[in-house]
Write a protein that binds this ligand. Structure first.
Ligand code: COA
Length: 375
């Protein structure tokens, strides 16, 4: 019997700075009325100077690990879903790994637009079901404010920054992630992209002056795609989980636009309270939007043990994904006895010792000839 992937912890982080629709009125030709009516967004968070995707991801991860009562050393893998990584390479997940001290974990990023978190969740579930991983940290984190053209009113009003994380653990107890569906249609790649900065259009003075390093979007085409794919993905994942649509207790959609969510709700014939919406406070935080929403639902106890929760998203690629989850937090992991903790600490120190000695010898080697040369 394959192990089940249960959600054992969750955590979110949003930057302190709030950018309201009124603030945007002073920056571009827009109005609070237009933004609310067309999107539902009222305000969004903007990362501070010292913040980046990895720093927000680490904050969210620490909170998720504390909630799960697990130490970073127990993690087998860290997956970060993002389209606004700290660097093109290395992966943001590696920076998170180092900051947490997750000495045993594999670490990599996934890039699947706003569906990225669902891709990460599906990978984690597969790794656990295969018996390869027992404990996986997945994070959706974005600093989209650094990739927005603040002079383009059709995009700058939509996006925000933040991070959300989940810790998944293997358990023999049935439940947790019941089913996932993922999809992509690359023929829509041009509809939502950041064209420059990659190998096709490397950074150059012209790409900077053309603002080609910022988000370019055909809003209407993305809107049409989203309203069609969202209800379809919900139906697909429930079929795969072997459950009727009427079994859904809560749908957590990607928080892009209130009108998209409303259109999907009507197509599915579900009541308003079946959809969780918090986009009016955070805007579209891309891969972070679903985990942030899930954290708020869990913190406010809007779901109980046994609730069926569907996470569903769409985004650049074009991509989409959905996951059906039976909520039920496994009992907190018992704290390890002192001798086990001492063992893991000793092993971590031994693990780092050769690299430390190598560095020390190298420094000595550099220092000796220069001292000799000075004399
Ligand atoms: N303030 C005021 N007017 C604006 C504006 C803004 N911020 N942005 C665009 N407009 C104007 C347009 O210039 C256009 O004016 P025109 O009719 O004189 O040409 C008018 O509003 C209507 O533009 P349109 O693009 O048709 O609006 P819309 O109803 O489609 O709403 C979006 C625009 C972007 C809100 C909507 O298309 C959308 O949400 N799309 C999906 C985007 C998305 O979710 N992307 C992320 C996917 S993960």
């Amino acid at each position: 019997m394959s192990p089940y992937a249960h959600i054992a912890g969750w955590g979110m982080y949003v930057p302190a700075r709030v950018l309201t629709n009124q603030d945007l009125e002073r920056m571009v030709d827009t109005s609070d009325e237009w933004i609310r009516a067309r999107t539902g967004i009222v305000e969004r968070r903007i990362a501070g100077e010292k913040e980046s995707t990895s720093t927000m991801a680490v904050e969210a991860a620490r909170r998720a690990l504390a909630r799960a009562n697990l130490s970073p050393r127990q993690l087998d893998a860290i997956i970060v879903a993002t389209i606004s990584p700290d660097y093109l390479t290395p992966a943001t997940a590696c920076l998170v790994r180092a900051a947490l001290g997750a000495d045993r974990a594999a670490a990599f990023d996934v890039s699947a637009g706003c569906s990225g978190f669902l891709y990460a969740l599906s990978l984690a579930q597969m790794g656990i079901a295969a018996g390869e991983w027992r404990c996986v940290l997945i994070i959706g984190a974005e600093t989209l404010s650094r990739f927005v053209n603040w002079e383009d009113r059709s995009t700058c009003v939509l996006f925000g920054d933040g991070a959300g994380a989940l810790v998944l653990v293997a358990s023999e107890e049935p439940g947790g992630v019941l089913a996932c569906v993922l999809g992509a249609d690359g023929s829509g790649a041009e509809l939502l992209s950041i064209p420059a900065g990659g190998s096709r259009m490397p950074a150059a003075p012209e790409t900077l002056s053309q603002r080609a390093h910022t988000i370019q979007m055909d809003g209407r085409a993305v809107y049409r795609f989203a309203t069609h794919i969202l209800p379809e993905a919900v139906e697909q994942v429930m079929r795969k989980a072997g459950l009727p649509l009427s079994a859904v207790d809560m749908i957590v959609p990607h928080q892009a636009n209130m009108r998209i969510i409303e259109a999907a709700r009507k197509k599915l014939g579900l009541p308003e309270e079946a959809f969780f919406v918090n986009l009016y406070r955070y805007g579209n935080t891309s891969a972070a939007s679903i985990p942030i929403a899930l954290c708020e639902i869990a913190d406010h106890e809007l779901i109980n043990d046994g609730s069926i929760v569907v996470l569903v998203g769409f985004g650049a690629g074009l991509t989409w994904g959905a996951a059906a989850v039976r909520w039920g937090v496994p009992l907190p992991q018992p704290a390890r006895p002192w001798y086990q903790r001492a063992f893991y600490l000793g092993r971590a120190v031994l693990h780092r010792l050769p690299a430390f000695l190598r560095k020390l010898l190298y420094r000595l080697w550099q220092w000796l000839p220069s001292r000799g040369g000075e004399e």
